[in-house]
Design a protein around this ligand. Structure first.
Ligand SMILES: [Zn+2]
Length: 383
């Protein structure tokens, strides 16, 4: 039997129909991999391949963008998928939602993923001989040490009465840290991450500037920081903020506004996307729903909806347009809240319910009309 070399993607594609060769893909890989492959849309336009950097809308790579991607999204996602499981998911969710500076969150996340340039990591890359922690001088400086073991950190936690749960010996230090953090209340969480960040801050001051380390100073620094957060929080709560109700805003005359949305059915791997086009009076001038198969997650569903919106716009010869969707992920368009996007959302649901995919040439259902009318009335009534 002659086995061809599977070296290029084109071998998995029926070029005539621009579809995946499903039998062949199932033959080569397991089912879940196959599903992920089928979820990749194939371009029908026959464009040449080019390298793109997916973290930027422009597709251009820059060191800055790479650094940001490494520090945030990629690490979050890859750690989710890794064997650490649920503990880490909870940890990251609470870390990112904590009311604290982004740079501190990034430092913690980088440390948990062992990507901080401490002496242990530098030694591994032979930039220096392994060196002990400059603060306590007791152990090799590595992520375990900076997150947990450093006696200075432990003393800080004891002095600031951070609750440390008891762990079985088998639990690793990073997991201990993750569990302790997740179990702590909001203020303890702040103290924990600020103390770790401040340990690294004072360590750098010592290493790079030769600044003397003082325990008192570090404690003052952490206390001051937590105090400031409280003050900011209180002033936010006490100052009466004008309540601005968000409403859908019609486009300027001559411009068409497209609202899009996707309804994602996880089990069936289906996504129904909807695009609703309205003019400056709020009148519906076009509507489309579209059914996608092999969609793996809600993010992909939203991206597909966004793409449909643009294809729809070019098909309808809308030359001047604004596009709005409500996905919170990083697709480059104007993100709005679900409230504003109600009409497109309703259209996606109606398309799904009635199994109608395509242009709604004879008009949209009453529920969508109603949502659009409400948008218009809200705009007229705005004060
Ligand atoms: Zn130390």
């Amino acid at each position: 039997m002659i086995r061809p070399n599977w070296t290029t993607i084109i071998q998995l594609i029926n070029t005539e129909t621009s579809t995946w060769d499903r039998d062949l893909v199932y033959y080569l890989v397991d089912e879940s991999t196959a599903d992920r492959i089928f979820a990749i849309p194939i371009s029908g336009s026959g464009q040449k391949d080019r390298l793109v950097w997916k973290h930027e809308g422009s597709g251009e790579y820059s060191v800055k963008s790479g650094y940001r991607a490494l520090n945030t999204d990629y690490l979050r996602d890859s750690t989710y998928r890794s064997s650490f499981g649920e503990d880490y998911k909870v940890f990251y969710n609470t870390l990112w939602s904590l009311n604290i500076l982004g740079k501190i969150k990034i430092h913690i996340s980088t440390l948990v993923n062992n990507l901080v340039p401490h002496f242990g990591n530098l030694a591994r890359r032979t930039f220096c001989a392994a060196v002990s922690c400059p603060l306590c001088k007791e152990e090799l400086e590595d992520s375990d040490h900076l997150l947990w073991y450093c006696s200075i950190l432990q003393r800080v936690w004891a002095l600031l009465t951070v609750q440390i749960p008891s762990f079985e010996d088998s639990v690793g230090h990073i997991l201990r840290f993750v569990k302790m953090f997740s179990a702590a209340d909001e203020q303890q969480k702040q103290i924990i991450v600020i103390s770790i960040w401040s340990l690294w801050f004072h360590r750098n001051k010592l290493v790079h500037e030769g600044a003397n380390f003082s325990m008192q100073e570090m404690l003052g620094f952490i206390r001051g920081y937590v105090h400031n957060i409280c003050l900011n929080f209180m002033s936010l709560c006490s100052s009466p903020r004008p309540l601005i109700k968000e409403i859908w805003r019609p486009p300027d005359p001559g411009v068409i506004k497209l609202n899009f949305d996707a309804s994602f059915l996880k089990e069936e791997k289906l996504a129904v996307t909807a695009v609703l086009a309205r003019n400056f009076t709020g009148k519906i001038v076009g509507a489309e729903t579209y059914l996608f198969n092999d969609v793996t997650d809600a993010f992909v569903a939203e991206a597909r909806a966004c793409k449909r919106a643009l294809i729809f716009a070019s098909r309808m010869y809308f030359r001047r347009l604004v596009v709005e969707g409500d996905s919170l992920t990083e697709i480059s368009y104007l993100a709005v809240t679900r409230l504003i996007n109600e009409a497109a959302y309703t259209l996606a649901l109606e398309g799904r319910r009635r199994n109608i995919y395509g242009d709604w040439l004879t008009g949209v259902p009453e529920s969508v009309q109603l949502a659009a009318l409400q948008d218009r009335l809200a705009w007229d009534r705005r004060s």
